[in-house]
Design a protein around this ligand. Structure first.
Ligand code: GLA
Length: 426
C-alpha cells in the first residue's frame, strides 16, 4: 500500500496546524496476529455511514462555527435528505487535561455540548476524533490512559461517532516492543479494543471508526474489536493519482465488508482541489467533474462510508449534483452490503461489478487513461461479467435507459465513468 500526505493541498493552504500533522506511514508486514474476541456493536452502521468531515477542507483550522455552518448547509442543500447525517469534527478540537484528567476543548470549540445540541437540533449527528496515543496526529491531547474518561465525556456531550487515529500510539508500540512487529501489532489491536470497551460501557450507540492506515490487515480483525469501519490505506488527497491508487488497493477486500463493518478507503475529495505551483504562481487545480463523478461512483461501488469533505457553503451546483445523486447513493447504501469486485481491465479501462439486493447488479466501467481523449476502441465484454445476451439497465449519471450488448463499444472521456444498474441481470 502507498501513503499520501495527510491532507489535501487545498486544506494545507488554509491550515498551518494541519501541516504539522504526522502523515500515515507505510504499513509494516508482520506475521498475522490473533484478534481478541469481543462482539461488534449491534444495529450500528448497518449501511456505510454518510456525512461530512472537516479535515479534507479545513484541516487544523476548523472551528465551532465551521461545524455549525456545515450542519446548516447539509440541511439547506438537501444533502441531509439524501442521507448525509454525520457532521464529524476531525483533529484539532482538543485542549488540555485538568488535574482530574478531564479533557477540555480548546478555544476554537468553546462548548462542545452546545455544539452537539445544535447539530442534533438539525436532525444530524455529531462525530469526533481522537487517538490511542498520547497525542493526535496534529499533536493535540489524545486518549492514552484516559480511554474510559474520554468515552464517558463524548457520551455526555452526545457524540455519535468516533474516529480513532493511531498517530502517536506508534511510539508506544515501538517503545514497548522494539524489533518485534507481531508484538507491536498486538499492542495496537489491544489499544483499539480498549476504546471499544470504553465506548460500549457508555451505552451510547457510537459508530467506531478505525484509522490506522490498514496496518496488519485491519479488515481481518477490526470487527472483532468493535470496528464499524476501518481505513484501508494512507491518507487521500484531491488528485486523480491518489484516488485511483487507493481504488486499486481495494481489490480483494470485498469479502471483509458487510452490514455493521465496512472497509474505508478514506473520506471524499469530491469538490476539492490541490495547490500547484509556489508563491505568487500557486493556484488550486480542482478535480475535474469527470474525476468527481468517478470518485463518487467508485466509493459507492465499494460500499465505502460517504463522508464529504468539501467547502459546503461554496459548493457549485455541479458538485452538489454529484454528491446528491440518489441513484448512486442507493448503490452505496444497498442493504445487502456487498462490496464491488474488480472483474477485469483492458488497457486503461477497468470494469467492476457489485451485487445488489433483489438480484440487481451495478456495473462500473472507468477510463483511467490520461493521455488520450477517450477509451476508443474499448469493447465491454458482458461474458466476462457472467452475463448472457443483451441487458437492459439505467445509466445512473444520465438517468436514461441503456441497453448493453456483448462487446459493445464504449467511449468514455479521460477519468470518466459509466455506471449502470441492471435490475434483472440475465
Ligand atoms: C491522519 C488521518 C487523517 C486526519 C489527520 C488529522 O493523517 O489519516 O484522516 O484525521 O490525521 O491529524
Amino acid at each position: 500500500m502507498r501513503c499520501f500526505c495527510a491532507i489535501s493541498l487545498a486544506a494545507l493552504a488554509l491550515c498551518p496546524l494541519a501541516a504539522t500533522s504526522q502523515t500515515a506511514a507505510a504499513p509494516p508486514k508482520p506475521a498475522r496476529t490473533p484478534a481478541p474476541k469481543s462482539a461488534p456493536r449491534p444495529g450500528v452502521a448497518l449501511t456505510p455511514p454518510m456525512g461530512w468531515n472537516s479535515w479534507n477542507f479545513f484541516g487544523g483550522k476548523v472551528t465551532d462555527q465551521d461545524i455549525r455552518n456545515a450542519a446548516d448547509q447539509l440541511v439547506a442543500t438537501g444533502m441531509k435528505d439524501a442521507g448525509y447525517v454525520y457532521v464529524n469534527i476531525d483533529d484539532t478540537w482538543e485542549g488540555d487535561r485538568d488535574a482530574n484528567g478531564v479533557l477540555h476543548t480548546n478555544s476554537k470549540f468553546p462548548d462542545m455540548k452546545a455544539l452537539a445540541d445544535y447539530v442534533h437540533s438539525k436532525g444530524l449527528k455529531l462525530g469526533i476524533y481522537s487517538s490511542p496515543g498520547a497525542q493526535t496526529c496534529a499533536h493535540f491531547a489524545a486518549s492514552l490512559d484516559h480511554e474510559t474518561q474520554d468515552a464517558q465525556l463524548y457520551a455526555s456531550w452526545g457524540v455519535d461517532y468516533l474516529k480513532y487515529d493511531l498517530c502517536s500510539f506508534r511510539t508506544v508500540m515501538a517503545t514497548q516492543a522494539p524489533d518485534d512487529k507481531a508484538a507491536q501489532m498486538r499492542l495496537m489491536i489491544a489499544a483499539y479494543d480498549k476504546m471499544n470497551k470504553a465506548l460500549k460501557a457508555t451505552g451510547r450507540p457510537i459508530v467506531y471508526s478505525f484509522c490506522q492506515y490498514g496496518w496488519d490487515a485491519v479488515w481481518e480483525w477490526a470487527p472483532s474489536v468493535g470496528g464499524n469501519l476501518w481505513r484501508t490505506t494512507g491518507d487521500i488527497n484531491a488528485s486523480w493519482q491518489s484516488i485511483y491508487s487507493i481504488l486499486n488497493e481495494q481489490a480483494g477486500l470485498a469479502k471483509y465488508a458487510g452490514p455493521g463493518h465496512w472497509n474505508d478507503p478514506d473520506m471524499l475529495e469530491v469538490g476539492n482541489g490541490r495547490i500547484v505551483g509556489n508563491g505568487a504562481s500557486a493556484h488550486v487545480v480542482p478535480l475535474s467533474l469527470a474525476e468527481d463523478r468517478t470518485h463518487f461512483s467508485m466509493w459507492a461501488m465499494l460500499a465505502a462510508p460517504l463522508l464529504a469533505g468539501n467547502d459546503l457553503p461554496n459548493m457549485t451546483p455541479e458538485v452538489k449534483a454529484v454528491l446528491t445523486n440518489r441513484d448512486v447513493i442507493a448503490i452505496d447504501q444497498d442493504p445487502l452490503g456487498r462490496e464491488a469486485t474488480h472483474v477485469y481491465s483492458d488497457g486503461e479501462v477497468d470494469v467492476w461489478t457489485r451485487h445488489l439486493s433483489g438480484g440487481a447488479m451495478a456495473i462500473a466501467v472507468l477510463n483511467a487513461g490520461f493521455d488520450r481523449y477517450s477509451t476508443h476502441p474499448f469493447h465491454l465484454s458482458l461474458t466476462k461479467l457472467g452475463l448472457h445476451g443483451p441487458q437492459k439497465g439505467t445509466d445512473l449519471w444520465t438517468g436514461k435507459e441503456i441497453a448493453l450488448t456483448d462487446n459493445m463499444p464504449i467511449e468514455l472521456a479521460s477519468h470518466d465513468i459509466l455506471l449502470v444498474r441492471i435490475a434483472s441481470p440475465k
